[in-house]
Design a protein around this ligand. Structure first.
Ligand code: NAD
Ligand code: TYD
Length: 349
């Protein structure tokens, strides 16, 4: 049986990737390695945790001896690496944590992969999941392509850029079979409520202020998380070694326009008079080094692998709001911190 290691599979995107792989590949052993930091939540994947070909491993990618031993024990055929510190605002207050996990952690996985694949790389693959934020910021026009230069502006994007460079260097120097994707902002079910969309959904539900940074005229490209998981599946199985693919939603929104759309939709869902939620919008101090605009040219993955988003933003946002409103228990367990006891309850009792 082939063995695939997915790192960060208890996080937002990773949980959707783990679910997809467990459900779609019953003849592959799927290992999910996650340190269960504040962002890791096993409740995200409790629907698949009993699958016979699925194993959860609690562990830290920064622990090199542990990672080496794990790879020697299981001899993975493929690695899909999502584990990361992922929140820009946290990277501004604690940049070193981002270097440790995103750079050193990735290095440990690269070294361990190299060691177990030293005799043959046939059928092996290291897939590194990255972000469009490595390219820095765009002005009013233009799109990021795979040829755009790396100009990261936040400690988060700098750490992701560094990890991308190391993955590429291991490919060039040691012949490690790798593939990298750089994706735009994801949204959808299980999104941790410190990021824009889930934070604002939660605050609207509880009539709390919606803190818009600066003038709100920052632009992001948004992709429904399940479409990212579909792209990851495709690239892992059909992408070309030593290639980079940009993934995006063809869906640019100014923050303030997106927030107004979200407010309108939430008013309808919550049976509140239209305009109620928008009154919660509060302009607050800007994020330092705030990138003005991200926008992705996803032509390559579309042409080479036939991928395109399966839902429109309207549909994806509807699904997301519906999910949060029907999973208020998940939301309150995450905002209260209760979810962090799930591992103890589930695995240690
Ligand atoms: P997330 O913060 O929701 O999840 C990260 C997961 O990694 C968590 O489960 C956490 O417990 C785990 N983790 C953190 N440090 C670890 C460590 N030292 N050892 C083992 N596990 C550890 O992040 P996400 O939003 O799901 O992002 C996943 C990946 O996708 C990241 O690499 C991120 O850079 C990339 N990405 C995210 C977005 C986005 O919009 N969220 C967009 C493009 C790319
Ligand atoms: P975020 O979800 O943190 O993703 P990223 O920084 O990776 O793009 O933020 C998305 C955009 O929303 C970004 O321009 C910052 C802005 N933002 C706010 O205006 N207020 C908030 O409370 C948050 C979390 C983000």
């Amino acid at each position: 049986m082939r063995k695939i290691l997915i790192t960060g599979g208890a996080g937002f995107i990773g949980s959707h990737v783990v679910r997809r792989f467990v459900n779609n590949y019953p003849n592959v052993q799927i290992f999910n390695l996650d340190a269960l930091t504040y962002a890791g939540n096993l409740e995200n994947i409790k629907d698949i945790e009993q699958a016979p070909h699925y194993t959860f491993i609690k562990g830290d990618i920064t622990d090199a001896p542990f990672i080496d031993a794990l790879f020697q024990q299981h001899q993975f055929d493929g690695v899909i690496h999502l584990a990361a510190e992922s929140h820009v605002d946290r990277s501004i207050t604690d940049p070193l944590a981002f270097v440790k996990t995103n750079v050193i952690g990735t290095m440990n996985l690269l070294n361990a992969s190299r060691a177990i694949w030293k005799d043959s790389t046939e059928g092996k693959r290291f897939y590194h999941i990255s972000t469009d934020e490595v390219y820095g910021t765009l002005g009013a026009t233009g799109l990021f392509t795979e040829a755009s230069s790396y100009e990261p502006n936040s400690p988060y994007s700098a750490s992701k850029a560094a990890s991308d460079h190391f993955v590429r260097a291991y490919g060039e120097t040691y012949g490690l079979p790798y593939v990298i994707t750089n994706c735009s902002n994801n949204y959808g079910p299980n999104h941790f409520p410190e990021k824009l969309i889930p934070l604002f959904i939660n605050n609207i539900i509880h009539n709390k202020p919606l803190p818009v940074y600066g003038d709100g005229n920052y632009t992001r490209d948004w992709l429904f998380v399940i479409d990212h998981a579909i792209a990851i599946d495709l690239v892992f199985h059909q992408g070309k070694n030593h290639e980079t693919y940009n993934i995006g939603g063809f869906n640019e929104w100014k923050n303030i326009d997106l927030v107004h759309l979200l407010c309108q939709k939430m008013d309808v869902k919550l049976n509140r008079p239209v305009g109620t939620s928008a009154q919660l919008i509060t302009y607050v101090k800007d994020r330092p080094g705030h990138d003005l605009r991200y926008a992705i040219d996803a032509t390559k993955i579309n042409k080479d692998l036939g991928w395109k988003p399966s839902v429109t933003f309207e549909q994806g946002l509807e699904k997301t709001i519906e999910w949060f409103l029907s999973n208020e228990e998940w939301l309150s367990s995450v905002t209260s911190g209760e979810y962090q006891r799930y591992y103890e309850k589930q695995y240690l009792s």
